[in-house]
Design a protein around this ligand. Structure first.
Ligand SMILES: Cc1ncc(COP(=O)(O)O)c(C=O)c1O
Length: 399
């Protein structure tokens, strides 16, 4: 009954854990949910007000497929003013979240067997989106020793005649790793020197504003102008402005690619909601101080958790410089036995044991890195302390 495309979809470990967590909560168990990939803050008030004004003004009809003119103009101001990427409204497209934009980029360009290079650990959806569009994901291995940063030599070795895309996601979901301009320049140099000169680069900048310790944001299209004709820069309002439910993502890049992506979107959902587009324009054009304040809150939470984890023997959590996730190495606990006799054979069993102990996390295998787990710290200090207490006690009980 089902298509071969559907067979490319793996059961998402994030959804599986989220469902198990919901079941546990429904059964009345106390669980600290650290599976979530969204900020726990509300959408800023002025953004909601702009949406209400848009409804009152009758902005409730179809917009252009590539996004309303006011939103695309706000995006151009953002890319030019904030990122130093020159573009016009014709080089920009808007989708129903960055996820749709990325989907359309791959659908527009991949032919079966094309390879997509992505540093692991990677956002789980990349794997499914690449697979559904006939592509083959080639993971660039990284290590906790280098903070999960991909190495230029690994990139150079992975590029082949079949390479169609290189995906960079900085700061990263799930590791929180953010590349400096110097690190990005090293990747750019590998791309320049490669014999294979026609692959594209997707820069997923969705966590751009969540950066710690004074790390300055850098993106490839800003620092490697000579490669701009090959770079699609993707961003969105979900994480920066706590607008996950509004569904607005956007991109700028080579005009022909952006137009092809828009052509596909025309036959999927035309465009995202006109009201959401008005809200997104208000977010991009409005005051940014709340974004900075929230970033400080995330940094404080990261420090709180890292400090607590430092006291847990065997749990190795590199210090991320962005996003709102930790990606600890839990390989030291694999092969041990839980009090109920269950053998902790891998990160999936490890995560389900932790759920039984009241902490919901996502196994790293979903992000292309078995033996690790991802925890989201988009929750309150009290909940983080409770999670750390439970984690420490649960790990203590393994023999
Ligand atoms: C790395 C990364 N890219 C893109 C997205 C998609 O965000 P949205 O579709 O909400 O804009 C996410 C969401 O979790 C993400 O983590």
């Amino acid at each position: 009954m089902f298509s071969t495309t559907l067979s490319k979809l793996r059961p998402s470990p994030i959804q599986v854990m989220a469902e198990q967590t919901r079941q546990a909560v429904r059964a009345g168990r106390s669980v600290v949910d650290m599976t979530l990939g969204e900020p726990d803050f509300p959408t800023p008030e002025h953004v909601g007000e702009a949406a209400v004004r848009a409804i009152a003004a009758g902005q409730t009809r179809y917009t252009p497929i590539n996004g309303s003119v006011p939103l695309r103009e706000a995006i151009v101001r953002k890319f030019q003013g904030h990122n130093g990427i020159p573009c016009t409204a014709a080089d920009v497209t808007v989708g129903c979240g960055a996820k749709q934009v990325i989907y359309q980029a791959f659908l527009a360009t991949l032919t079966p067997g094309d390879e997509v290079l992505i540093p692991a650990p990677y956002w789980a959806s990349y794997a499914d989106i690449v697979g559904m569009n006939g592509g083959v994901l080639r993971a660039l291995e990284t290590s906790p020793d280098t903070g999960y940063a991909a190495q230029p030599q690994a990139l150079a070795a992975a590029i082949t005649a079949r390479t169609k895309w290189l995906v960079l996601n900085s700061p990263s979901n799930p590791s929180g790793t953010a590349y400096t301009a110097e690190q990005l320049l090293a990747f750019a140099e590998v791309v320049r020197r490669s014999h294979h000169r026609d692959f594209l680069i997707l820069s997923d900048d969705i966590y751009e504003h969540i950066l710690f310790d004074g790390t300055r944001f850098a993106t490839l299209a800003e620092i490697a102008p000579d490669l701009r004709h090959r770079i699609l820069t993707v961003n969105g309002v979900s994480k920066a402005y706590a607008m996950t439910g509004w569904r607005v993502g956007y991109a700028c890049g080579p005009r022909a690619l952006v137009e092809a992506m828009t052509k596909i979107q025309m036959q999927i959902n035309s465009h995202t909601s006109s009201v959401s587009q008005a809200a997104a324009a208000a977010a991009l054009d409005g005051p940014q101080d709340e974004v900075r304040r929230r970033c400080q809150v995330f940094q404080h939470r990261r420090d709180l958790l890292l400090e607590r984890f430092a006291g847990i023997h065997g749990l190795r959590a590199p210090r991320p410089n962005g996003a709102f996730y930790l990606f600890p190495d839990v390989r030291a606990f694999l092969g041990r036995t839980a009090p109920d006799g269950r053998m902790i054979s891998d990160d999936v069993v490890f995560a389900s044991y932790l759920l039984d102990e009241g902490v919901a996390v996502v196994p790293g295998s979903g992000f292309g890195m078995p033996g690790f787990i991802r925890l989201s710290y988009a929750t309150s200090d009290d909940r983080l302390h409770l999670a750390a207490d439970r984690l420490a006690a649960a790990l203590e009980r393994l023999s």
